[in-house]
Design a protein around this ligand. Sequence first.
Ligand SMILES: *Cc1c(COP(=O)(O)O)cnc(C)c1O
Length: 361
Amino acid sequence: MKVPDAILSIAPYVPGKPITALARELGVRHAIKLASNENPLGPSPLALKALQEILSELNRYPDGGGYELVGKLSEKFAVSPEQIVLGAGSDDIIAMLTRALLMPGDEAVMPKPSFLMYDIMVRSASARSVRVPLKSLAIDLDEMAAGVNDKTRMIFLTNPNNPTGTSISKDDFERFLNSVPAEVVVIVDEAYIEFVRDPACMKSIRYIQNDRAVVVLRTFSKAYGLAGLRVGYGLMPEAIAALLHRVRQPFNVNSLSQAAAAAALEDNGFLEKTLEVVHAGLDFIDRSLADMQIRHFPTQANFLLVDVETDADEVYAVLLRKGVIVRSMRSYGYPQYIRVSAGLPEENERFVEALGEVLRP
Ligand SMILES: *Cc1c(COP(=O)(O)O)cnc(C)c1O
């Protein structure tokens, strides 16, 4: 079998460990998962209701154009339906962008570390990732701009960034946008934008109106609590959306996901409750770690980075056996950091207690 070198260069994505896998592999029961930045409250109740109602229609193919969900997004963000592309998670939209826009040998600039799917998808297209190191945990926009050359087709920005939780200010973004050639597509991944508390943080929707090749990626996997259904969307200039529709699988977002997402989008009560619980959770973890003098970093997302000052893989493994699933940041280039998502109050307490047992026995 002859396999492209580009594919052989890809390391498979390693997701956070599911609770069921922990039970199966280590026999640990009643574990909590604070590893994948999921919504600790469960799915939106309105989404659950919409799912019940659509079950009897599962013999039919989905609406490939996603009429209802696209319509609601179009209204909410005051963009035309032609500027919206739905995806099976924002992962799917990243895949469409790389498939539609990259030729072998082209380049894509991205932060390092950041979301691993950018690099995986760029490599899948036999294109080259130019990975620009963060500076003090934040995206270094000057160096990102300096990484652009005549082979560059796209730039990935993550706002707030995963795994560091830092955000990009409006002023810095505008300066950056003016410094890169107009034909380079700037993709802003806003998977965690709903959680942002810093008023200076940039929200990129307005820029897609100005004829700039800006693509905004958003998801129902985090604040809306629908990670298991795989649904996200991109907002972008019509010309880019039209290209993505050429490579999009016709029924990429299934009917359950469409119905649940459309309902969740209107569940303002659930979103408010989510933000309340997540922000209170982050503040609790912040205070508790400060009390134990465990170094950690400010965040605009629903997770935070903790400096365990020892091998993060080991701390991860010990926490696993205590039934607390977090993420070691070794593979992201931080061998002494772990990332923890804000959970329910009792989950956050359990995390803090378990970490204290490990680091401050
Ligand atoms: C979780 C996450 C996503 C969302 O991925 P989905 O495919 O929509 O579940 C996208 N980008 C980043 C940076 C993430 O952390």
